[in-house]
Design a protein around this ligand. Structure first.
Ligand SMILES: [Zn+2]
Length: 326
């Protein structure tokens, strides 16, 4: 995902609830103390280390939205520590953001060891079939738009204790083939840098999927772009429930497809960020609803299997502690 260079000064506020970091003094080494094997393997059959923090600050700002969402970190000595106040809470609001039984694959907080994601990807394993996306909890739509990196995006606010306390961010959604191809060229392509490799890859993908720059030459392949009835079904301000369909999974935006490598292959999936407003500093932080903060292999094998308690060192946000369809 896209990184932005400006890091929140708010993260430098010192609070007392911090576990001090143990890393090489002076080195640019950001390691959370909760990633040690001693802590991580207790009671977890999969022996999964919990790794909430990557090697460098991570924030995400959606195009056209001013909110900055951050990794759950706090400055600590020469490095960073997990922000306990961001990942510790008692609310259990969420269900899975789909009902489709063909969705069987979840990619966790890390894509794999050493490669942070700060989100969950849901997909039909290896099938590239779209599916209906539901809100992960009842709430209110506060943003609908095209993010330059992650394509069609919806943000839903979920109230807890009477306030905007949790948010879910749905990305790479479909909003009609013609619209999405237009947005790719008009909004995302101009922002990709020539030397990044992403420009070349994304252009190759657009060309291979029937979306060349020249509008007259377009033949949008449904496998990549979906159909005209697969559009976002909500608007900013709408109240939504878990029972309704808000959109369809796709691979829109460079971030939705470029990572897949093969320009001819679609990469249909739902990328969903979970975020929480830390009441101690009023900053939004990403959290893992599974409480695991690990690589994919650490997550329940079945999509609705219970979370192994020993694997989840932090708060689980699923209703009844278990990921269930709405
Ligand atoms: Zn993702």
């Amino acid at each position: 995902m896209k990184r932005i260079s400006v890091f929140l000064t708010a993260l430098f506020i010192v609070i007392s609830n911090v576990t001090l970091i143990s890393g090489p003094a002076g080195a640019r080494h950001f390691e959370s103390p909760v990633t040690t094997e001693t802590h991580s393997t207790q009671g977890c059959a999969r022996k999964c280390p919990n790794r909430p923090l990557g090697d460098e600050p991570y924030t995400y700002q959606i195009s056209g939205d001013r909110t900055v969402y951050s990794w759950p970190a706090i400055r600590s000595g020469n490095g960073w520590a997990i922000r306990q106040s961001a990942v510790t809470f008692s609310n259990k609001l969420f269900s899975l953001p789909f009902t489709d039984r063909d969705v069987t694959d979840a990619t966790g907080w890390l894509y794999e060891a050493g490669d942070w994601h700060y989100a969950i990807d849901y997909s039909n394993e290896g099938v590239n079939k779209s599916f209906e996306v539901h809100p992960a909890a009842d709430g209110r739509v506060i943003f609908v738009g095209w993010d330059d990196w992650s394509g069609n995006t919806i943000v839903i606010s979920h109230e807890a204790d009477g306030a905007d306390s949790f948010r879910t961010i749905y990305m790479h959604l479909r909003n009609g083939p013609v619209n999405d191809c237009n947005k790719a060229w008009a909004e995302s392509m101009p922002l990709l840098r020539d030397d990044s490799g992403n420009l070349k890859k994304y252009r190759a993908h657009l060309n291979a999927s029937g979306c060349p720059r020249d509008e007259g030459g377009r033949q949008l392949k449904p496998l990549h772009w979906g159909t005209e009835n697969q559009k976002i079904r909500v608007q900013k301000g709408d109240r939504v429930t878990t029972q309704q369909v808000i959109a369809f999974a796709g691979d829109t935006g460079p971030g939705g497809q470029v990572a897949a490598g093969d320009p001819n292959a679609p990469n249909t999936h739902l990328h969903i960020f979970f975020a929480r407003l830390d009441p101690t500093d009023n900053v939004w932080y990403f959290f893992d609803p599974y409480g695991i903060y690990g690589a994919s292999a650490c997550y329940p094998k079945g999509i609705t299997d219970p979370v192994e308690r020993g694997c989840a060192r932090f708060s689980i946000a699923w209703r009844n502690d278990r990921p269930q369809r709405p």
